[in-house]
Write a protein that binds this ligand. Sequence first.
Ligand code: HEC
Length: 132
Amino acid sequence: MMKTGGMKEMKRSLRVIGWMAAGLLAAAVLAGCSSSGGQNNKQDLTVVDSDSTDPAVLAAVALYIDNCMVCHGVQLEGRMPGNANLQHVGSRLSEEEIVNMILNGGNGMIAFKDRLKEDEIATLAKWLATKK
Ligand code: HEC
């Protein structure tokens, strides 16, 4: 009855789309300063908030796709045991606590203090803190 194989297939292709989106978003962010975002090459993505018009949110989403989505899922639903679901992380943790989690990891999560810049971590934490 349940076509779990098909579901897996779908998730896999979503992830591929995600990686492509990461490239597009990164390019958009890099090019973003000169243009006003008019040529925003939007695709039909299902990645959380990828349809946002807020550049800060899009920057966070691009970082999320690159660094976090593999464990936390396309819709922040979590793909690991424990508290990996981030859909309401803002009501569980403060922005500062989110920063600390990203810096240090723990319980199955890797630490990002040597992988991401401080302002990148801040961008991610600010966005995630809005997920109440
Ligand atoms: C290798 C897999 C992995 C990656 C990559 C990863 N995480 Fe996690 N993350 C986890 C797991 C597993 C947990 C749950 C830990 C626990 O139960 O205490 C978690 C927990 C969290 C939490 C705390 C959630 C809560 O409610 O306590 C935050 C915030 C978080 N991750 C953010 C991020 C961000 C942002 C990134 C990308 C920069 C990221 N994670 C990348 C596996 C990962």
